[in-house]
Design a binder for this molecule. Structure first.
Ligand code: MLT
Length: 421
């Protein structure tokens, strides 16, 4: 038989992907960790890098999921495609418990249930025009930046890894990790509070300044509140809609991943108030809710029935207690990390209303240098601050998502190293 030659050379790739820095941060960490493990077999690593939960799913959620599976095994209880926006009973529970009881006028149909905030905060670009000027904090959750690069909204990266076309708003201990209001006009602003990676929080007064800016500049705030459940101070806002005016200028992303342990189960939601409008090229005003609804109906088939039933159980009285216990558990880990590092002489931030502790690396090291050092000397995996942006250089993130034993062991190992200050 003659060999068949197939040529794929006419297929064009999305060149924007070639602008991306070598790897997404977490796969790069995984690569280094694998290289270390391969060369040091038998060493027990403790992973405080990626913010992935470790504790079992709440019983209320498991019970609801099991019941939903049994229902699916019956003729009358079987469910095929669900609504692309999510089942109304889940959207109602979210609207009531997460918003209305906190004084936010968000209705169930402004909530879109999804399989993750990472996906939603990237996919939202589908409905936003290419000419928007975009602001991100630096450091920042890398997904906001990379999804803009992939969508062709940026130029090339410079030597610092900053992409042409994005406005970077530096955050550091000097501004309590809350960015200054942009001095240049921007159209889209990504904000994340409690913040990933720094663990910082924002007050209602500070958020009000952002909302004023957005309204004055007809800008849109993309507000990631995936860590709101970790807030310990009642005066801090869990949602941007707790601040007046936000319904006119902000989309909010929320998730069941970190509070209820759904990272592997997948369920989240995005809130798009119906009165937010953008402008079409012909100058017409267009409702963003309509576009997102259209996008989801075409590109998404919803989250599975069982998982949505599990998410709904988060709002039952048993579910609430169990989720609170999970959050308390991780926050006690965060407190332990903070105290241990402070005792070892480190400067630490965050970890009080967020499951992330943001640490200044010892003098004479950079973020990746500290990553390699901790990996080798303490067999502890963290996340180098520079992976979140140029202004993250000199910092290191430790995640509180792990078992108590692992966190204690990691802290004992770090404490036993002689640190020069
Ligand atoms: C992180 O470690 O920053 C998280 O895993 C981010 C995420 O939830 O995707």
């Amino acid at each position: 038989m003659r060999p068949i030659h197939v040529s794929f050379q006419v297929i064009q790739v999305n060149d924007n992907y070639l602008k991306l820095k070598a790897g997404y941060l977490f796969p790069e960490i995984a690569r280094r960790v694998k290289a270390f493990s391969d060369s040091s077999p038998g060493v027990e690593l403790i992973r405080l890098g990626i913010g992935d939960v470790t504790e079992p799913l709440p019983k209320a959620c498991r019970d609801a999921m099991k019941a939903a599976i049994d229902e699916m095994g019956t003729e009358s209880g079987f469910h095929g495609y669900g609504p692309e926006q999510g089942y109304s009973w889940l959207r109602e529970s979210i609207a009531k418990s997460d918003y209305q009881t906190r004084g936010c006028e968000i209705s169930a149909d402004e909530i879109f249930v999804s399989d993750g905030s990472k996906c939603d905060s990237s996919n939202i670009l589908d409905i936003l025009g290419p000419g928007n000027r975009i602001a991100v904090t630096d450091p920042v959750y890398p997904v906001y930046v990379d999804s803009n690069v992939m969508a062709g909204r940026t130029g090339e990266a410079n030597t610092l890894g900053r992409y042409n076309g994005l406005s970077y708003l530096p955050i550091s201990a000097d501004n309590q990790f809350v960015a200054e209001i942009p001095s240049e006009p921007v159209d889209l602003i990504y904000l994340c509070f409690p913040n990933n990676p720094t663990g910082a929080v924002v007050t209602k007064e500070e958020l009000a300044r952002w909302i004023d800016f957005a309204k004055d500049n007809e800008a849109l705030i993309l507000f990631d509140a995936a860590y709101e459940a970790f807030i310990q101070d009642d005066s801090l806002p869990h949602s941007i809609y707790e601040v007046e005016g936000a319904k006119d200028c902000a989309i909010e992303f929320r998730s069941f991943s970190k509070n209820a342990g759904f990272t592997g189960t997948r369920c989240a939601f995005t809130v798009i108030p119906k009165n937010i409008h953008g402008k079409a090229q012909n100058g017409d005003s267009v409702c963003l809710w309509n576009l997102w609804n259209r996008r989801q109906s075409t590109k998404f088939n919803g989250v599975s029935y069982m998982v949505q039933r599990g998410a709904q159980a988060v709002y039952t009285s048993e579910g609430r207690k169990q989720v609170k216990a999970l959050v308390d558990f991780y926050m006690n880990n965060a407190a332990l990390i903070r105290t241990s590092l402070l005792e070892a002489g480190f400067e630490v931030h965050g970890g009080e209303h967020a499951p992330y502790v943001w640490v200044n690396v010892p003098e004479g090291m950079d973020s990746w240098g500290f990553f390699d050092f901790l990996l080798e000397k303490a067999n502890v995996v963290g996340t180098p601050g520079s992976g979140f942006g140029a202004s993250g250089e000199g910092y290191f993130r430790l995640s509180a998502f792990n078992s108590r034993t692992n966190v204690e062991t990691a802290m004992n190992r770090i404490a036993s190293i002689r640190w020069s200050k």
